[in-house]
Every structure is written in structure tokens, then in C-alpha cells.
Design a protein around this ligand. Structure first.
Ligand SMILES: [Zn+2]
Ligand SMILES: [Zn+2]
Length: 268
């Protein structure tokens, strides 16, 4: 029985479909649990300087949580609805995120590094940012922020941990040392790492993280969560069968779910 711990919906502006459509899609696909995890409102860029359609405005957050909690009740007994958030790690903003998270009864929080400063390297509209940056240096900066996110203690699972590869920009020299350092850091932090199937649909053409990184995680006994990163209801659960097959091949026999920010094992 599969679970999907990474989904979005129309409030962020770049996904489509109401929350309930995601819950229904998950139920139709026979998922046991669905995690609702829309993007955190952006805190580190002033609204007037932010591109449109990045994340919900701050005033929408209580409405999102309220609606998600109502769906949890409505579908109780049919499918477990988990109320989460995909939060952003941005250096210098940890305390603001901590204060925001403390206001809501989340089941779990994903910590993702979408931004290096004001640059959103996951946004296909901002690919020009690569033209002025050295790829290996950018990878180093990215994984340094991932390690800081893991160590912050703010998050239950680290989202799409090697998403810096999403659009196919890869350093000419080896970056394996960055992966090793990062795996050790997440192991030391005791946080889960998400295996995110959406990479299969992007130019990098593989899940986040790579099989190599998953093997390192397995040898360090890093616990995992899984998610589709669906931005439309028909993508709920998409690619997770491929991900689970890979995890079994690497040696994993369980992933983790969350209730009230406490994790529990789910056999795969
Ligand atoms: Zn998104
Ligand atoms: Zn993300």
C-alpha cells in the first residue's frame, strides 16, 4: 500500500486543482495516506519583488490549514489525510520559519532549498541564473544549504535533496564528495530524506535523489519518505511504484509517515 507525502494545489499559483481533488485522486489510486504539503508563503522576498505564482500569499496559509484539517475529518476511515507544508530553508530566515510553523498543527514539514538568495533555481523561468554561475560552485552552495536545513531541526524530512540537478546542469568535475558530506550531515541530524518521483518528469530524468545517493543513505541508515510532488491531481502517486522498486533494490524495506510530527514506519 503506497503513501504520497508531497503534493501541492491551486493556492500556490503554479499548480492546478483544489485540495479535495488531490485527496480524491489518492483515494481512487488506492493510496493509504496522502500528505498535503503546499509551498510555504515566501518570507525572504518582499511581495512586490516576488515573481507571481511562486507560493500562496501569507494570508492564505490559515485558510489552507483549515481546509486541509477539514478534509482530514471528512475522509477519516477512507484515506488518511496528513496536513503538511513544504517549507523553505533560506539562510538567515530560520527563526521566522520556526515562528510560522509553531502556529499550526502540522503532521509534518518538508524542508526544501528552492532559493539560493533570491534566485529560485527550481523555477523554469529563472534558468538564466545558470549563465552567470559556475555549476560546481552552485552545487557546493546548494548542498551547504541542505546540510544547514537538516541541522536546523525545523523539518521532518528534506525535500528533493539533489533537486539542483533538475534542469540538467551538471558540474564537469565530480561532485560525489558533496553527496557523501550531505548524507553524513542528514544522518547526524536524524532527519528523514524524501525520495521525490517528480525528477522522472524533468530534464534530469531520474528521481531525487540519485540511486548513488540512495545507496549512500542506505549504508548510513537514513530514513526516507516518498512523494510525487504532484502539481495536478492526476499526478498524485505518479512514479512512486518506480521509486519503491528502486528503494527495494537498494535494500530499503520501509519508509516513514507522520502524525503530529512523530514518525512511524510503513513497510514497502
Ligand atoms: Zn511547486
Ligand atoms: Zn519543492
Amino acid at each position: 500500500m503506497l503513501v504520497d507525502y508531497h503534493t501541492h494545489h491551486e493556492r500556490c499559483g503554479h499548480a492546478v486543482g483544489r485540495l479535495e481533488e488531490y485527496v480524491r485522486a489518492a483515494r481512487e489510486r488506492g493510496l493509504k495516506e496522502i500528505g498535503l504539503s503546499d509551498h510555504q508563503p515566501v518570507l525572504h522576498i518582499r511581495p512586490e519583488d516576488l515573481l507571481p505564482e511562486v507560493a500562496m500569499p501569507l494570508e492564505e496559509l490559515p485558510l489552507y490549514v483549515q481546509e486541509a484539517l477539514a478534509l482530514k475529518e471528512k475522509y477519516r476511515g477512507e484515506i488518511e489525510v496528513k496536513v503538511g507544508l513544504e517549507a523553505d530553508w533560506v539562510a538567515g530566515y530560520g527563526e521566522q520559519v520556526r515562528a510560522l510553523l509553531a502556529q499550526y498543527p502540522f503532521d509534518y514539514v518538508i524542508g526544501s532549498v528552492h532559493f539560493l538568495g533570491d534566485w529560485d533555481h527550481t523555477d523554469s523561468r529563472q534558468l538564466a541564473g545558470w549563465e552567470t554561475r559556475d555549476v560546481l560552485t552552485t552545487y557546493e552552495e546548494y548542498f551547504e544549504q541542505i546540510r544547514a536545513a537538516a541541522a536546523s531541526g525545523l523539518f521532518d524530512t528534506i525535500g528533493h535533496i539533489d533537486v539542483i540537478k533538475r534542469f540538467g546542469y551538471k558540474p564537469e568535475r565530480s561532485w560525489e564528495h558533496l553527496l557523501e558530506e550531505t548524507v553524513v550531515a542528514v544522518r547526524d541530524a536524524g532527519v528523514c530524506v524524501e525520495v521525490n518521483a517528480s525528477g522522472l518528469r524533468y530534464p534530469c530524468a531520474e528521481q531525487f535523489p540519485s540511486k548513488r545517493m540512495l545507496e549512500m543513505m542506505h549504508s548510513h541508515r537514513v530514513p526516507l519518505t516518498i512523494g510525487s510532488d504532484a502539481h495536478k491531481p492526476e499526478h498524485v502517486g505518479l512514479g512512486l511504484d518506480t521509486v519503491v522498486a528502486l528503494l527495494r533494490e537498494v535494500g530499503y524495506r520501509e519508509v516513514y509517515g507522520f502524525t503530529g510530527r512523530e514518525r512511524y514506519a510503513i513497510g514497502i
